[in-house]
Design a protein around this ligand. Structure first.
Ligand code: ZN
Length: 70
């Protein structure tokens, strides 16, 4: 049985669900999508992001990572 995302609400902000990403119901807000990615983490998450042509890590996180890597 097909799942209709709009029958669900975003796990993070409670708006109407538009996407099922990383096995999470999320709206179309990039912030919620990012939260889903972080919440699920795991192998493959970043690869999907890369496949979509998006940065693997957000700029603010990237700065934190760079700071810690020294
Ligand atoms: Zn949301």
């Amino acid at each position: 049985m097909p799942i209709n995302p709009e029958d669900y609400t975003c796990e993070f902000c409670g708006k109407t669900c538009k996407n099922i990403i990383y096995a999470a119901f999320v709206c179309d807000d990039p912030e919620c999508i990012e939260k889903a990615r972080i919440a699920r983490g795991g192998p493959g998450g970043h690869m999907k992001r890369k496949a979509e042509g998006k940065p693997i890590i957000p700029e603010d996180l990237e700065a934190v990572v760079e700071g810690k890597s020294e």
